[in-house]
Ligand binder design. Structure first.
Ligand SMILES: *Cc1c(COP(=O)(O)O)cnc(C)c1O
Length: 382
């Protein structure tokens, strides 16, 4: 798709939020990326436009039948001022797998990475640079057909929005409390569990609320058929250090294949640690814990990177993992991954991609100048 991305300049830029109060997904940058799909034209009209509300027909497919996929990745500012993306190719590969399951036309992965890089370059001043901070990137696709018949939409919109986010944990990493959900289920084999799609989250909210009411942070899902085997946490995959091995549930069609999960497995293997991707029953896990063999538990996901788990509750049993602090291996994984992401550690596995700034800056200035000259022209092609 050799299309050029047009740039529509905003009249006014927003004030940047206080770097100490970012939280997660509360603030959005000045611009967003937008592109449309129709059967006749395919994906077309890629553009960077001022961030703001979009207008959709009330009958649009997304509102009634939830035809949507999304992704989540981050841009990091290095100490020497470069901008890095972490494995964006993996996110785009997964986006196409999600599209295939949701009956959404596939995207040109390379082109969308190019769009992400261009948008991030335009918004470079929004990338926070304190420890643990980053610019969260949320690409998503929605079905937009104005029709109530149940069928795949014929038209779609792909948007990319950006949000500066703070350190997930604040200053120190606190282990989270996890509630093993044994009534509600999130996904079943044959369903859409492996796709990153809004419906999976809609299905999870009730259990999340229940776990919070019971004093827990997140839900650990069991398989949808027997309610016996461990799947994953709300928006994270889960790992268990059992003696000198690391176990994680095997990808079985109902678990989301996390990029962080894949990276953690890669690092552990690189370090010579035995990783087992297998079916793990919650009963067996609790037995291991009773025998003091469960040494560390952690979740993996783009938002928190590594999230240590301090408590697990299942039926009337409670496991306390470790001493209330992050485990040694969890810490090493966190330090290594965040080190690679922020350019502090050597990227031996070739996981980062740099967003080139200067070239984009020059282009942007050229666009500004061109606009000043031809003031009536609303959009300028790159
Ligand atoms: C996004 C997501 C994850 C984590 O995936 P990463 O690619 O590591 O961010 C895990 N589980 C679910 C349900 C998710 O949506």
């Amino acid at each position: 798709m050799g299309q050029s991305i047009t740039f529509h300049k905003a009249d006014q830029l927003k004030a940047k939020p206080d770097a100490g109060q970012l939280g997660f997904g509360k603030y959005f940058t000045d611009y967003m990326f937008e592109m449309d799909y129709s059967a006749e034209e395919g994906w077309h009209d890629p553009r960077i436009v001022p961030y703001g509300p979009i207008s959709l027909d009330p009958a649009a497919t997304i509102f009634h039948y939830g035809q949507e996929v999304f992704e989540g990745l981050k841009a990091y500012r290095t100490e020497d001022g470069r901008i890095l993306l972490f494995r964006p190719d993996k996110n785009m590969e997964r986006m196409n797998q999600s599209c295939a399951r949701l009956n959404i036309p596939e995207i040109d992965e390379k082109f969308v990475i190019k769009a992400i890089k261009k948008l991030v370059a335009v918004e470079k001043d929004w990338i926070p640079s304190q420890s643990g901070q980053s610019l969260y990137i949320r690409p998503f696709i929605i079905g937009t057909d104005p029709a109530l018949g149940v069928h795949p939409s014929n038209t779609y919109k792909l948007l990319i929005i950006l949000s500066p986010v703070g350190s997930y944990f604040g200053n120190s990493i606190h282990p989270v409390k996890i509630y093993v959900e044994d009534e509600f289920v999130r996904a079943v084999k044959g369903g859409v569990g492996y796709a990153k799609t809004s419906g999976n989250y809609a299905a999870s909210l009730k259990a999340q609320t229940k776990s919070e009411e019971l004093g827990f942070d997140q839900v650990l899902w069991l398989d949808g058929v027997e309610h016996k085997y461990i799947e994953e946490v709300g928006s994270m995959n889960i790992f268990f250090k059992i003696e000198d091995e690391v176990w994680t549930p095997a990808l079985n069609g109902s678990i989301l294949p996390g990029v962080t999960r894949n990276s953690v497995i890669g690092l552990l293997k690189h370090w010579g640690i035995t990783v087992k991707e297998k079916k793990i029953s919650v009963r067996k896990l609790f037995k291991k814990a009773e025998k003091q063999k469960l040494l560390e538990v952690f979740g993996t996901g783009t938002a928190a990177v590594i999230s240590p788990v301090g408590f697990l509750k299942w039926e009337d049993k409670v496991i306390k993992v470790g001493n209330g602090e992050i485990g040694e291996l969890s810490q090493k994984l966190y330090d290594t991954l965040t080190g690679i992401q922020t350019g502090k550690s050597e990227d031996q596995l070739g996981w980062t991609q740099e967003v080139k700034i200067e070239k984009e800056e020059v282009k942007e200035k050229a666009v500004d100048k061109a606009e000043e000259k031809a003031e009536k022209k609303p959009a300028v092609t790159e």
